[in-house]
Design a protein around this ligand. Structure first.
Ligand SMILES: Nc1nc2c(ncn2[C@@H]2O[C@H](COP(=O)(O)OP(=O)(O)OP(=O)(O)O)[C@@H](O)[C@H]2O)c(=O)[nH]1
Ligand SMILES: [Mg+2]
Length: 306
């Protein structure tokens, strides 16, 4: 049995979280068309009869400004995830024509890694759905191939589920033999509270636009299982959507409370699916000015530097 850790790295929006979901055939990580969706390095566990692979989904690498403390946490936790990886997948997109500063940052971070690195060209099928042979692919392999050596390279489509078995085949020889760490039905090495907060944040990302998703964090204020709350006979979650200004709060609440109700309804449905329990979700909106620049609040929200 092969057992190992594979970190997924790349600039924002290339499809790291989508790839994890596709590999696990489950919706474990939040996916959205907006950059900087993922905010924590999350261990997601893939199982088949040959291997248990812990895929670490990471926040997209970019170049945060000095005062962007949240951004610096994101990039720091992505780089940190490489430390215990047996192999690294560097994700890029099939349509990439030239290197961006973010790609160069990824290359710089990877230059310090001793684990083997695989180049994974995602969104491969999106270029030419008719032939199934994306014209940009060769270009992407060449573009990144000039930057550094790779232990392997492969084209995949997380969206269409293509190339996934081939990616696992490529990774297996790079992983050590061992006994599985996790029970096969564990999909994520995260607390229930974290997963609940992410499910709620995912709804904010899909229902709100512009800067709101970037300025919102979710704080779980209370989490009580039915055993702890027998009179209610349900999972009780009190959570706050933390935003930076009164204006953002007004948008999140929406006219007549329409938006917050919508977020609450769809989050509750997802939480019930996730936990298999009836859920009572008590959702609030809190203003915490400049939380993305405030160390103490960042730490409280789960974005604290080690
Ligand atoms: N066409 C196409 N779109 C994809 C594919 N994989 C992911 N996407 C889309 O790309 C966007 C970003 O996907 P994510 O999985 O959130 O990307 P990410 O790399 O995790 O982004 P961050 O967490 O912000 O770093 C979403 O709109 C996905 O639907 C793919 O194979 N083909
Ligand atoms: Mg992501």
């Amino acid at each position: 049995m092969k057992c190992g850790v594979v970190a997924l790295l790349g600039r924002p929006n290339v499809g790291k979280s989508s790839l994890v979901n596709a590999l696990l055939k489950a919706r474990v990580a939040i996916v959205s068309p907006k950059p900087q969706t993922t905010r924590n390095a999350v261990r997601c566990i893939y199982n088949d009869d040959r291997a248990q692979i812990v895929f670490t989904d990471t926040p997209g690498l970019y170049l945060p400004k000095e005062k962007d403390k949240l951004g610096r946490f994101l990039v720091g936790s992505a780089a940190e995830a490489l430390d215990d990886a047996d192999a690294v997948c560097w994700l890029v997109e099939a349509g990439d024509k030239k290197l961006t500063p973010e790609d160069l940052e990824a290359a710089r971070v990877l230059s310090e890694v001793t684990a083997p690195v695989i180049l994974v060209v995602n969104k491969a099928a999106s270029l030419d759905p008719r032939s199934g042979l994306p014209g940009g692919l060769v270009g992407a392999f060449r573009l990144y191939g000039e930057l550094r050596p790779f232990a392997g390279q492969i084209a995949v489509s997380a969206k269409l589920g293509r190339g996934l078995d081939a990616l696992i085949d490529l990774l297996l020889p790079l992983l050590p033999e061992g006994t599985p760490w996790y029970d096969p039905d564990v999909l994520m090495d995260s607390t229930e509270r974290f997963m609940a907060a992410e499910a709620i944040r995912g709804k904010v990302l899909s229902l709100l636009r512009d800067e709101i998703p970037h300025c919102t964090a979710v704080e779980i204020d209370e989490y009580k299982s039915p055993e702890e709350y027998p009179d209610r006979n349900r999972l009780y979650i009190r959570a706050s959507l933390v935003v930076e200004t009164e204006g953002q709060k007004a948008i999140v609440i929406g006219s007549g409370g329409k938006m917050i109700k919508r977020i609450g309804r769809s989050a509750r449905a997802e939480l019930e699916e996730l936990t298999g329990l009836p859920v009572y979700l008590d959702l609030w909106v809190k203003v915490s000015p400049h939380w993305r620049q405030t160390d103490l609040v960042l730490r409280r929200l789960g974005y604290g530097m080690a």
